[in-house]
Design a protein around this ligand. Structure first.
Ligand SMILES: [Zn+2]
Length: 187
């Protein structure tokens, strides 16, 4: 089965830009992060209660700052859960798995391509330059695992199958964070 990555990226961006971030979304994310979410264009994933879990940030922030982490994790419970997995030393396991499993490696490479295609589509729609972030995705992709927050964010925004490592993180943290179960503390 071949998935057309560009078509997938386009339909994701279509759906997200059809519902731009509201003032209420931006205020809530500001409380989640403890700072104003500059360049936030849409909520990329929500908790079952409707609160944002991950946001879509434009490729160039106001002021001209290039920003590669297009899918940005904001839900405090999700952020904490990813930090716990990182602290448990699981990133090394994931890196070892990538080194040993050709299928996983290929799927992770596709996650990288999808991330770039998604951002490219966003850049085109918003008129942002990708000059300084071309070829750069997030989380260590395409060959390393460096930030589980970024990979989990991609999985939440793009759904199951988009990022195999993000999917593993999501499965692993289910008892602590699950988008289908509201444990929101920032209200
Ligand atoms: Zn919630």
């Amino acid at each position: 089965m071949t998935i057309d990555i560009n078509a997938q990226a386009k339909s994701l961006v279509d759906a997200l830009l059809a519902q731009p971030a509201t003032d209420q979304d931006i205020e809530l994310v500001e409380r989640q992060l403890g700072r104003y979410p500059r360049g936030m264009v849409a909520v990329g994933a929500r908790c079952v209660c409707g609160r944002p879990l991950a946001v879509i940030t434009r490729p160039v922030l106001p002021g001209g700052i290039p920003f590669p982490t297009t899918c940005y994790l904001t839900g405090p419970e999700a952020v904490k859960a990813a930090s716990h997995v990182e602290a448990a030393g699981v990133m090394q396991q994931y890196n070892d798995m990538l080194g040993a499993d050709e299928d996983l490696k290929a799927a992770y490479g596709e996650a990288h391509q999808l991330y770039l295609a998604f951002r490219h589509e966003l850049a085109v729609r918003l008129g942002d330059s990708e000059e300084h972030i071309e070829g750069t995705s997030a989380g260590g992709m395409p060959v390393r695992v460096k930030c589980l927050h970024a990979l989990l964010a991609q999985s939440l925004v793009m759904g199951p199958g988009a990022n195999p490592i993000g999917d593993l993180v999501l499965e692993r943290v289910k008892d602590e964070f699950d988008p289908a179960i509201c444990r929101c503390t920032v209200l």
